[in-house]
Design a protein around this ligand. Structure first.
Ligand code: PMV
Length: 329
């Protein structure tokens, strides 16, 4: 039996603009998905999942069988949940050259689903790591990142950036520009996260930005401005200038708001953080609902978010310098 874990992430800067080739800077956070994998002596896969925003469910299936999963939650939820695990299993089988390996898999995640914190990337990354180790193969973080990216591409019909999976596999702060992914130095960052209990539809939000960009030159300019802001933000990050980072994060939120991807609850949480004296605050990920990330070394933002209408959960999350790792073998 192997247990592996991998971190979620926030976007310090650059979501949406990264789709058009601008750089983005995601940072791993100390909220993890843990995947336990135990090889079976048949080719079946049994998945039991526990997630912060899901009631637990268990499904058992095998390739080529017609058995409908016997579960008590909607089929689309099950499909979303097991799609990534299934793709991770395929990658682990391929890496180990064991196409018929069967597994009992348990997923436990501290990362809300679909809320901009990279839960699917963390589950996929940890799943590939645990699955390959269980079959006696040890991949480097870069190899896990590559396979996790391929798994996401498959599940998301060819629409995935490398940002989430690379960040989850390697940990720390990362710079992503097209296929170029690299680690960047970052100081400890005092992240505070606010979660509205919801999720955005990434595909729909990305399509909305694409339509605006095609209709208005100034929307295209806004996307380029986000790229300029990210380049400036990288300098602030490596210089350890947390005040400037905060200012640029707030600026980034304004530009994302202009592109139509914020929401009332996200804006309410951003304003609560600003009023509480946070160094900066912005939505993270696709938007539409989900999470904001603020920088505040004091307790003020977390306390303010606890009392903000629309905020369901507020918590601190330090930068996680560790990527995917085995917890037990
Ligand atoms: O919400 P998330 O964590 O899936 O992030 C989406 C980020 C986008 O830039 C909007 C899309 C992408 O694939 O980069």
């Amino acid at each position: 039996m192997v247990v592996s874990s991998a971190p979620g992430k926030v976007y310090l800067f650059g979501e949406h603009a990264v789709v058009y080739g601008e750089p983005a800077v995601p940072c791993a956070i100390e909220r993890r998905a843990r995947v336990t994998v135990e090889a079976r002596d048949d080719d079946r896969i049994r998945v039991h999942a526990e997630d912060l925003s899901l009631n637990g469910f268990t499904v058992e299936y095998s390739d080529g069988s017609d058995d409908a999963p016997d579960v008590d939650v909607s089929e689309s939820l099950v499909q979303a949940g097991i799609g990534y695990i299934d793709a991770a299993v395929e990658q682990a089988r391929e890496a180990a050259g064991e196409p018929d390996a069967g597994f009992d898999i348990t997923v436990e995640s501290e990362i809300p689903l679909g809320a901009g914190l990279g839960s699917s990337a963390a589950v996929t990354t940890a799943g590939i790591d645990a699955g390959t180790r269980e079959l006696g193969v040890e991949l480097s973080a870069a190899e896990v990142a590559e396979r996790a990216y391929r798994a996401e591409l498959e599940v998301q019909n060819g629409e995935a950036s490398r940002a989430d999976t690379f960040c989850s596999a390697t940990g720390g702060a990362v710079r992503v520009e097209g296929d170029d992914c690299r680690a960047i130095d970052a100081p400890d960052l005092p992240f505070v996260i606010g979660f509205d209990g919801g999720a955005g539809d990434t595909g729909q939000l990305v399509a909305g930005v694409r339509a605006l960009r095609e209709e208005y030159d100034f929307a295209a300019d806004t996307i380029e401005s986000i790229g300029d802001l990210v380049r400036r933000g990288e300098q602030a990050l490596t210089a350890g200038d947390v005040e400037e980072l905060g200012e640029l994060m707030s600026f980034n939120h304004g530009l994302l708001e202009a592109l139509g991807v914020s929401s009332r609850s996200l804006d309410q949480m951003v304003w609560a953080a600003r009023d509480a004296g946070a160094l900066g605050a912005k939505l993270t990920g696709a938007g539409g609902g989900g999470c904001i990330v603020a920088l505040d070394p004091t307790d003020s933002t977390e306390t303010a978010l606890d009392y903000t209408p629309g905020c369901e959960d507020a918590f601190r999350a330090e930068l996680d310098t560790d990527g995917v790792r085995a917890e037990a073998e």
